[in-house]
Design a protein around this ligand. Sequence first.
Ligand SMILES: NC(=O)c1ccc[n+]([C@@H]2O[C@H](COP(=O)([O-])OP(=O)(O)OC[C@H]3O[C@@H](n4cnc5c(N)ncnc54)[C@H](OP(=O)(O)O)[C@@H]3O)[C@@H](O)[C@H]2O)c1
Length: 268
Amino acid sequence: MLTQKIAFIGAGAMGEALMGGWIRAGVVARENIVAADVVADRLRYIAEQLQVRTTMDNVEAVSGVDVVLLAVKPHVVAPVMAQIAPTLTPQHTLLSIAAGITTQAIEKHLTAPVPVVRIMPNTPALVGAAASAICLGRHAREEHRYLAHALFGAVGVAVDVEEKLLDAVTGLSGSGPAYVYLFIEALSDAGVQQGLSRDVATKLAAQTVLGAAQMVLTTGKHPGELKDMVTSPGGTTIAGIAALERGALRGTVMSAVAAATQRAKELG
Ligand SMILES: NC(=O)c1ccc[n+]([C@@H]2O[C@H](COP(=O)([O-])OP(=O)(O)OC[C@H]3O[C@@H](n4cnc5c(N)ncnc54)[C@H](OP(=O)(O)O)[C@@H]3O)[C@@H](O)[C@H]2O)c1
């Protein structure tokens, strides 16, 4: 278990997912968390659900902690930084999950050399299965990378990337859950078309995606090799794959990630 005290600035969907995930995983004790937000009802809910200390005062939240996590919407980062920057010292670690806000944009507000770490997680953090990418700001060192891995690795899988690639991460794993929901829905529709009930079709579709993903992560084999292992000559699977390829599945997915990456660049 980590001993650092952590302040959440913003206790919305992601804030709740991360606080809950870290408490459940036993990486952070609830006594070491303080959640700050501008919505009193939200804080009441968070205090009730997670039994963490709450405050409506961002500056108060930041003083006396080791780690500050910016979990507000991107357009709120600048006003929040203007508020808390004078309280931040090089002994703090400042983590940000705000999409599209660069470490440089955050550092612009700082007068002291505060270590900043930017992370792009995704919503499966809610169920402890996030895919997160981590990059370091100017003043962050290995110990800060280690801390980010300890935290985000506890609610899923975390990888290091160069900051210039975070838009690609946004296009792939940030937006990716929505692509996969579409695929699961399509598989389920197809099952219904073939006579299965909706419940059964959706359960089979979702578990198939989960199982295939676990095969990729657990075996470390190339997905193409795993595909070959279940594709017998003249069999059912190759007939299905041929139909997918007639619909240009792979080209379409590549176009989707390219479009989302481009949009992330524009928004940044
Ligand atoms: N959701 C995702 O899939 C995802 C994935 C990766 C990264 N992110 C990033 O995570 C961040 C948070 O996203 P979210 O979905 O958790 O947003 P959210 O649900 O809107 O949570 C943000 C919370 O911060 C509050 N807030 C607004 N201004 C504040 C201030 N000045 N001080 C303290 N709290 C303030 C908001 O209150 P109001 O509702 O009144 O504004 C809200 O309760 C975003 O920057 C987003 O880009 C999200």
